[in-house]
Design a protein around this ligand. Structure first.
Ligand code: G6P
Length: 461
């Protein structure tokens, strides 16, 4: 089996003349890693070796590849040392500043995008990087081998593989939402056509039916009604034992104590996100501000713990969004803080044990994305929470399809509704909270990472 993802399961750090391998982060890796890394990993198919093709990200990864040191025991890792300028254009200009924005419906179309010469040069780089991934698979895949390609950074790989190696059993899994046909029309025609025809060449998985339907409609719009796309819906589930291990760690226990000392006996709203425009973090603070304005009983008796960590900071959009987030926190705190109460506690360093400690401590889990492929935190939070937390969830998160029945809906743009949803969640009576928390745990654990992997393998074959 070959896994193909942009971000790999390990990154390397130079220490003197040698390199230290570290387990990587990111959604794809945390889902597949526990299943596939190591000889006893449960997702391994008998004695079939697992090869993982990914990009070398950053100078130390590239140096490790050049030194022939980018090896680990757990998996047959193949990191691609791409041309840095080409890789930057692929990752920043096309994957994150264009495709991510289209897929999540985040463009302000009056102003952006503008597809100029710089864009088309970057598109050439995106094609070249996808071709490098495909070439690596073509070179090493045994006849008929299963290949699982992951996510929007590699949209063109399925079609390239299908053309070069018709013998392979290939699937593509899209971790993001898929936009509707009108949004696909925003892309230059050749780009939309290249993406749709590549992805439609193999069975394609999504976290919800909604994104699968949007993709099928996009394919019909761009390629014509006669083109059929085979899709499957395979939501990811949380890895309960991995979460429990982190939650039991000294670091998480320490973070839990520190958090308790800060929030005292107040009700606690928690969010944990990458600092990412699609997560709608600023509107979340505006809704909280409105809660404190309209429902004065919460002043002084609730704390919003926001655990947000930097992401994609090479992009100006993300850096600007980070300042807006920090400003929004400052505005709420300046308006409402007292000598003994800070309404928002903001943590911006990436500290996974502390994030889990926060999710476990929450009375309300607040997740209000503009649009989200799944949002695994919406499942992880209820699974590890110890306070019968109410889940305030945007119906625009893929996880809504599974969890919506036991959650309180929070509209991503309607601040008045969102403030009322927070009030409802904070005021909910204990029996109702318990009942919903039990339902959420059941719904959130209905699927495991192994189910998700099995669905991809079944679709491939
Ligand atoms: C999303 C994408 C993943 C990606 C993650 C982190 O969840 O669907 O493919 O791994 O964001 O993004 P990054 O740009 O840091 O790899």
């Amino acid at each position: 089996m070959i896994i193909v993802s942009h971000r790999g399961p390990f990154s390397f750090r130079r220490i003197g003349d040698s390199f230290e391998a570290r387990r990587g982060a990111g959604g794809v890796v945390s889902a597949l890693g526990p299943l596939l890394l190591g000889d006893d990993a449960p997702g391994r198919l008998s004695d079939e070796p697992v090869r993982w093709v990914a990009a070398a990200i950053g100078d130390d990864d590239r140096a490790a590849v050049e030194a022939g040191a980018a090896d680990v025991d757990e998996v047959d890792l193949h990191l691609l040392a791409l041309d840095p300028a080409q890789h930057r254009a692929h990752y920043e200009v096309i994957s994150n500043a264009t495709l991510w924005f289209v897929l999540h419906g985040m463009y302000d179309l009056v102003r952006r995008p503008r597809f100029d010469d710089r864009f088309f040069e970057a598109w050439e780089a995106y094609v070249a990087v996808n071709a490098a991934f495909a070439a690596s698979v073509v070179e090493f895949a045994s006849p008929g081998e299963t290949v699982l390609v992951q996510d929007y950074q590699l949209f063109l790989v399925p079609g390239m593989l299908r053309d070069a190696r018709p013998d392979l059993a290939i699937t593509f899994f899209c971790h993001t939402p898929f936009c509707g046909p009108n949004s696909m029309r925003v892309l230059p025609d050749a780009v939309a056509t290249a993406i749709c025809s590549s992805v439609a060449a193999v069975p394609t998985g999504f976290h919800t039916q909604r994104w699968a339907r949007a993709f099928e409609a996009g394919v019909h719009e761009i390629l014509g009604e006669d083109t059929t796309a085979t899709t499957f819906v395979a939501p990811l589930g949380p890895d309960r034992s991995a979460l429990a291990d982190v939650l039991d760690s000294d670091r998480a226990v320490e973070a839990d104590g520190a958090l308790d000392a800060l929030v005292k006996d107040r009700a606690v709203i928690v969010r944990s996100d990458r600092i990412e425009p699609s997560k709608n973090i600023v509107r979340g603070f505006l809704a909280y501000d409105l809660l404190l304005e309209k429902f004065p009983r919460w002043r002084g008796s609730v704390v919003f713990v926001a655990m947000l960590y930097g992401s994609r900071e090479g992009l100006p959009e993300y850096l600007a969004y980070r300042s807006e987030v920090e400003q929004a926190v400052e505005n709420v705190n300046r308006r409402w803080r007292t000598d003994s109460w800070d309404p928002v506690l903001l943590f911006t360093d990436d500290d996974f044990p502390r994030s889990l400690a926060g999710l476990a401590r929450a009375d309300v889990l607040f997740i209000n994305p503009i649009r989200d492929g799944l949002n695994l935190v919406a499942k992880e939070g209820p699974v590890i929470n110890r306070h019968d937390a109410v889940l305030c969830l945007s119906p625009e998160a893929g996880a809504w399809a599974e969890l919506g029945g036991a959650a309180v809906a929070v509209h991503p743009y309607d601040l008045v509704q969102a403030a009322s949803a927070l009030d409802e969640a904070l005021a909910m009576d204990p029996a109702e909270r318990r009942h919903r928390a039990d339902d959420l745990r059941r719904l959130a654990t209905a699927r495991t990472p192994a189910d998700w992997l099995t669905d991809q393998l079944d679709a491939a074959r």
